[in-house]
Write a protein that binds this ligand. Structure first.
Ligand code: ATP
Ligand code: MG
Length: 453
């Protein structure tokens, strides 16, 4: 059999995006751009500057900051060897198997979140020498090996911000929250609900966790396997449980608000007061804990409409010890991360995601002279900011107008030999089929006015 014959029999493999990842396509990407543009604008009004950090970092950075016991680090990270001899192992590497072969220092992971990277950058670039606090925001893809479902992906996008250094004044916590709420408000996000809590600090949290653990041990038999396991690994996470059968039991557990030390209690009360001054409406939720280890004191979560059980669009909180934990000077810190995929989904579900990707003008031209004029007209219209479709080859007017319709163009500019020699261009409004002739400058003027309406 000749080589050619063999090739014919082979069916070319049909590639698909990897499970948990997806393509974002137009016109939806226009909505993503609008959301990101709004973030740039709103965050700038609060004095935040953009930071762009790498997509992968030392595995150790995430293990130390997020916590080796957390789900994110223990099972959800994409980890691989940083050196050439290990690069063949790229893939869905899990910490357990790989660690035996490599020391954590030589491993790298795709970032599951960006707070650790921002803190690393703060230390690496000596930002503590800048005026404090340093206010940074970021946006971009994150990677977690979770079970894909609506609003949960393995490559997803976050928009987040961090305030590092300076004091832990409650006004900082409140302003950060006010900024997210302002951003959501600007986007028209519906059904926004802000939950806040304080989870104490190094002084009071460990005692509370022990108290909680003791209380949980008493009811261990009534809990599901996940919660049973968490009694040992991370009792706070039991409060997060969505299991119907556990709700009544959880309601009887000790609440951290009753066990905060004086400093934490004062801080929490002041944060609430600061939110009230700012007109930010919140709900206290004693069961709100965060999945990452580094949080302390203020924690918050924002939910929105139309997202089913994956309804958290933003999680955040204070993490005063994190920079120090990563080898930097003692530094206060607070921040949040918005799930952009869910934000977009919610906007779409509530009809706030409409974006017009339609062309303004479709240029229907016929003849060589008209083509040259059409090219010039397209250049001028685009310069004036209009979206223009200029067909690359000549088409009969009927076909061109059909095409203009399909693309949702508002106008068709008709350029034939007559129009070019008369210097009068025909503009057809596709919605009502009306046609008017304009000189070139009048046409531009007319379109400009229409746009301003
Ligand atoms: P969840 O409870 O939904 O798993 P989380 O506590 O793991 O969220 P954070 O680590 O605080 O989330 O991240 C902040 C935000 O990022 C979440 O509120 C959510 O909107 C978004 N997010 C987290 N994981 C994913 C994912 N796998 N896919 C899409 N968005 C995500
Ligand atoms: Mg999660």
């Amino acid at each position: 059999m000749s080589e050619g014959a063999v090739k014919k029999e082979e069916k070319p493999r049909k590639f698909q995006a990897i499970r948990g990842t997806r393509d974002l396509l137009p016109p939806e990407t226009a909505l993503w751009n609008r959301v990101e543009q709004t973030a740039h604008e709103v965050f700038a009004t609060f004095g935040f500057g953009e930071i762009r950090v790498p997509i992968f970092e030392s595995t150790d950075l995430f293990a130390r900051s997020i916590g080796a016991e957390t789900d994110v680090v223990s099972k959800e990270m994409y980890t691989f060897g940083g050196f050439a001899e290990f690069s063949a192992k790229v893939g869905e590497g899990r910490m357990e198997g790989m660690l035996s072969e490599m020391s954590p220092e030589e491993m790298i992971s795709l970032r599951p979140e960006a707070t650790a990277s921002v803190c690393r950058a703060y230390i690496e670039h000596n930002m503590q020498q800048l005026p404090q606090p340093v206010k940074l925001y970021y946006m971009g893809p994150m990677f977690r090996r979770e079970r894909p479902q609506k609003g949960r992906y393995r490559q997803f996008y976050q928009i987040g911000a961090e305030v590092l250094g300076g004091s832990d004044a409650p006004a900082i916590d409140a302003e950060v929250i006010e900024m997210v709420m302002t951003f959501f408000d600007r986007l028209g996000l519906q059904g926004v609900q802000l939950d806040i809590n304080s989870i104490g600090d190094r002084n009071c949290r460990p005692q509370y966790v022990e108290l909680l653990r003791a209380a949980l041990l008493k009811v261990k038999d009534k809990l599901g396997p996940d919660s049973q396991r968490r009694i040992e690994t991370n009792p706070l996470r039991v409060l997060d449980s969505k299991l119907e059968s556990e709700q009544a039991i959880i309601a009887t557990l000790p609440r951290i608000a009753d066990h905060l030390c004086e400093d934490c209690a004062t801080h929490y009360a002041a944060v609430k007061h600061q939110l009230e001054i700012r007109g930010v409406i919140y709900r206290e939720n004693w069961r709100l804990v965060r999945g990452l280890d580094y949080y302390m004191r203020t924690t918050f979560e924002i939910t929105a409409k139309g997202l089913g059980s994956q309804n958290a669009v933003c999680g955040g909180g204070r993490y005063d010890g994190l920079v120090e934990l990563l080898g930097g000077p003692p530094t206060k810190g607070i921040g949040f991360a918005i799930g952009e995929d869910r934000l977009i989904l919610s906007l779409q579900e509530s009809g706030k995601g409409a974006i017009s990707a339609d062309r303004d003008v479709y240029i229907a031209w016929m003849g060589e002279r008209a083509h040259a004029t059409a090219i010039r007209a397209a250049k001028d219209l685009r310069k004036a900011g209009f979206s223009v479709e200029l067909p690359p080859v000549e088409q009969k007017f009927g076909k061109a107008l059909g095409q203009a319709d399909k693309l949702g163009a508002k106008y068709a500019l008709i350029l034939g030999d007559n129009e070019v020699s008369e210097g009068l261009w025909t503009l057809k409004t596709l919605a009502d089929g009306s046609q008017v002739k304009y000189t070139e400058p009048d046409l531009l003027e007319y379109l400009r006015k229409q746009r301003a309406l």
